[in-house]
Design a protein around this ligand. Structure first.
Ligand SMILES: Nc1ncnc2c1ncn2[C@@H]1O[C@H](COP(=O)(O)OP(=O)(O)O)[C@@H](O)[C@H]1O
Ligand SMILES: [Mg+2]
Length: 277
């Protein structure tokens, strides 16, 4: 009832696929037939210059933007017409560009908002888990989220997305505007999530850094995928991103590392097994 049963034949290991997705904003076409495939447990990097269509791809996946053509399959089901709320119930979540923290709510309230689809009691339990897991959220639990630094707000945005225990996490420029050291901490967290088997699609402005942390990658320009392959392969193709490389040289040398807020606890999310608790 939630999804179209006719398309439920699961492809081996594939969690998500986009087939020829087109997205327009009014008369302006942003995506011209995007096709991609994401395996279960895989980390996929989506790179490309500003305005290429990276956010539009993530919005199409989570249902914030309805494609005018093409098909999206998740866990073997056609979800192209499904509202965002139902996609979240099926196990996907978005860490939005610019974090979109609710500044006048407390840290804890922001987490509870992220757990909207959960039953009330579980919502509080999950919020408590997140607060335990992220040191900074614990310290600032009752403070207005507006007081958080960029790095802290990013941790809150990630924790909020993790509230419903997603299997597929979409991260839109999670290090945007962060100092290199703080950005490295975010990549440390991405590494932990990845090691725990979560499936990730990460959009980042610094191709070098995100390719370091991914299995496969797609390079997108003006709404077209112009390159795809293993992240290792693409990382050797400096010629591809010289023109839009966003990171400074010192960024590329920064090793992903676990930040103090999350590094000491090995309690990061494991994928849920389809239970809707
Ligand atoms: N809400 C919107 N209204 C009109 N045009 C938009 C909107 N969002 C994005 N676009 C346009 O769609 C294209 C792709 O944008 P976007 O997906 O945000 O790219 P990226 O995330 O790679 O920077 C750009 O040309 C952008 O100007
Ligand atoms: Mg964007």
């Amino acid at each position: 009832m939630l999804v179209d049963a006719e398309t439920s034949a699961k492809t081996d290991g594939e969690l998500l696929s986009l087939e020829s997705i087109e997205v327009s904003y009014g008369p302006v076409r942003a995506l011209f037939g995007i096709s991609l495939s994401v395996g279960s447990g895989e980390t996929v990097a989506l790179i490309g210059p500003n305005g290429a269509g990276k956010s539009s791809v993530l919005h199409a996946i989570i249902g914030l933007r309805r494609p005018n053509r093409g098909r999206i399959r998740y866990k073997g089901h056609d979800i192209t017409g499904l509202p965002t709320q139902q996609r979240i119930r099926l196990g996907m979540a978005l860490v939005p560009e610019h974090r979109r923290i609710l500044a006048t709510l407390t840290v804890e309230e922001n987490l509870l908002v992220g757990g909207m689809i959960l039953p009330r009691r579980l919502r509080q339990t999950r919020a408590n888990e997140m607060i335990e897991r992220f040191e900074v959220l614990k310290r600032k639990r009752s403070q207005q989220a507006g007081v958080l630094s960029g790095g802290e707000a990013q941790q809150l945005a990630i924790a909020r997305a993790l509230m419903p225990s997603p299997e597929l996490l979409l991260m839109d420029e999670p290090t945007l505007g962060l100092a290199p050291l703080v950005a490295a901490q975010v990549f440390g967290l991405i590494k932990e999530l990845r090691e725990r088997g979560m499936t990730l699609i990460v959009v980042d402005q610094n191709p070098r850094r995100v390719l370091n942390s991914a299995d496969s990658a797609y390079l997108i320009r003006t709404g077209h995928i112009v390159q795809s392959g293993s992240a290792d392969q693409l990382a050797t193709r400096e010629d591809l991103f010289g023109s839009f490389l966003g990171g400074s040289p010192e960024d590329s040398g920064v090793e992903p590392m676990a930040g103090p807020a999350v590094g000491s606890r090995k309690t990061v999310e494991t994928p849920k097994s389809g239970s809707d608790d």
